[in-house]
Design a protein around this ligand. Structure first.
Ligand SMILES: C[S@@+](CC[C@H](N)C(=O)[O-])C[C@H]1O[C@@H](n2cnc3c(N)ncnc32)[C@H](O)[C@@H]1O
Length: 209
């Protein structure tokens, strides 16, 4: 099992319903939660993360029969993504965007929009109203984390994904008995599953008299 917890059923439902296909970018893929499902449904998955150890675990855990569809790359997602415009049929990102402040989230969403093909698919999850606890029940606060209410996060996605037909579902999570290297023993809160399809922007015809 991933050190980041279970594969939540709400996110698995989104993967099953959105019609994952073609070339998929798994952003901040970590040690590979959901990555096998993405590989099973697509032609290729590029899993990116800034932590090589996470990517090594992801590769090790990848079933042998799917390894030929997997590529991993060390990428810092707060910088420009190293991919051309309209490269991917789908972009997937879980457990990560809520870690960043709003200006960085907007920058990442802009990069996602750039590298997605027209009609490309987007599946994100975004934790809100988060509480973390250590082994002794003391609250763990992560400095510089975004710390979003659900209301603010929904507004952020609506404002910055105008090119998408989006659907946002809110669910709840609780993870306990996490490994020490997660930095906390339990975490709970809400999470938004944001699904979208990049719509074709219709060209406007202007009638001149
Ligand atoms: C909570 S884990 C989630 C991993 C995985 N997506 C999942 O849902 O299990 C967050 C991941 O984001 C990665 N990460 C954090 N900041 C990053 C950055 N600036 N660029 C790329 N990856 C980053 C971490 O290395 C870690 O693997």
């Amino acid at each position: 099992m991933s050190k980041w917890g279970i594969e939540e059923k709400e996110t698995l439902n989104a993967i099953n319903q959105m019609g994952i296909h073609g070339k998929i970018l798994n952003i901040a893929a970590g040690d590979g939660r959901f990555n096998t499902v993405l590989l099973e449904k697509s032609d290729k998955v590029i899993a990116i993360d800034k932590d090589d150890l996470e990517l090594q675990t992801l590769k090790k855990e990848c079933p042998n029969e799917l390894k030929n569809k997997l590529e991993t790359m060390n990428v810092d997602i707060t910088k420009e993504f190293p991919f051309n415009d309209e490269t991917f049929d789908g972009v997937f990102c879980t457990g990560t965007l809520h870690l960043f402040k709003e200006d960085i989230v907007i920058k990442i969403l802009n990069e996602i929009k750039r590298i997605l093909k027209k009609k490309g698919i987007l599946i994100l999850d975004f934790a809100t109203e988060i509480s973390r606890f250590d082994r002794n029940g003391n609250q763990v606060v992560i400095e510089d984390e975004g710390s979003y209410s659900s209301e603010r996060a929904i507004q952020l996605f609506k404002e910055n994904l105008k090119e998408f037909e989006i659907n946002i579902e809110e669910a709840f999570f609780k993870e306990e008995n996490l490994e020490d290297d997660a930095g906390y023993q339990s975490i709970e809160g809400h999470f938004l599953v944001v699904c979208g399809k990049k719509s074709i922007i219709k060209e406007r015809t202007i009638n001149t008299l």
